[in-house]
Design a protein around this ligand. Structure first.
Ligand SMILES: NC(=O)c1ccc[n+]([C@@H]2O[C@H](COP(=O)([O-])OP(=O)(O)OC[C@H]3O[C@@H](n4cnc5c(N)ncnc54)[C@H](OP(=O)(O)O)[C@@H]3O)[C@@H](O)[C@H]2O)c1
Length: 230
């Protein structure tokens, strides 16, 4: 039986990854704040708020009863407010960095320190990592940092294939929030988001599962890959 470790399964893409993994008969290990009702009794779950960096190592210890994981998806992420970077306080950026970057560092350190063999890691990045559009401040910085973090770890985890993957637009609560609440006059990239094609979470998750071996075979470990460009 294959195994999946995943963060952030309460909604959106993460929830869809778990649905598909269960259909594919993976054993699923998840860290998140919320466990969707339909997964109760079907997955190994530890409730964990990734903002509390000091708790993550223990959450991982409580969760994992295996020394080998086929696939780890570092999915949990937050957006923060879309607003001008000069009007964004450092503490707001700090919270986004905590969840989107540093929580993943603790998890990757856990894998190394506890000698957990992980075959493939997908870190969910974003086009925002390279676009740096007006208003995407903390989120853009966090995803660019995630890309570099994953590249750095790829050099220290030679047995593991790592990809920072931008999943394209997915109609999740995060994207819906942007489409419904952000002023497109002030932040023109939001207008583009409104007119661009969007995937459902299940479509996006299925597509990523189907790409796993291609990502592993065709791209060097540590690379940032935008799914829209391959
Ligand atoms: N939607 C898009 O178009 C798009 C595009 C590019 C990249 N992404 C990335 O895709 C990933 C998933 O986002 P989504 O679009 O599916 O949005 P979402 O529905 O808002 O999902 C965010 C996920 O992160 C988890 N999470 C948030 N804060 C957490 C915390 N403090 N501790 C533990 N888990 C936490 C949530 O789980 P809980 O409910 O348990 O907190 C939830 O499952 C993110 O990394 C996002 O940046 C999305």
């Amino acid at each position: 039986m294959k195994s999946l470790f995943i963060t952030g399964i309460g909604s959106g893409l993460g929830k869809a990854f778990v649905e598909i993994a269960l259909k594919k008969e993976y054993k699923v290990y998840a860290l998140s704040r919320h466990l969707p009702e339909e997964f109760e009794g079907k997955i190994n779950f530890v409730k964990c708020d990734l903002r509390a960096l000091e708790n993550i190592y223990k959450c991982m210890k409580d969760l994992l009863d295996t020394e080998e994981i086929d696939l780890a998806i570092l999915n949990a992420g937050i957006l923060g407010d879309i607003k001008e970077i000069n009007k964004t306080n450092l503490y707001e950026i700090q919270e986004v960095m905590t969840v989107n970057v540093w929580a993943n560092k603790v998890i990757l350190d856990f894998f190394i320190n506890e000698s957990i063999k992980v075959n493939q890691i997908i870190g969910i990045s974003s086009g925002a990592a390279v676009n740096a559009n007006k208003g995407w401040g903390g989120y853009s910085i966090s995803k660019a940092s995630l890309n570099v973090l994953l590249k750095l770890y790829s050099r220290e985890m030679p047995e593991t294939h790592i990809t920072a993957l931008a999943p394209g637009l997915v109609l999740t609560p995060m994207l819906k929030y942007i489409l419904e609440n952000v002023d497109e006059e002030k932040f023109p990239s939001v207008r583009r988001l409104k007119t661009s094609p969007k995937q459902t979470p299940l479509e996006a998750a299925e597509r990523i599962f189907n790409l796993l071996s291609r990502l592993k075979n065709d791209f060097p470990s540590g690379e940032y890959v935008d799914i829209r460009k391959i």
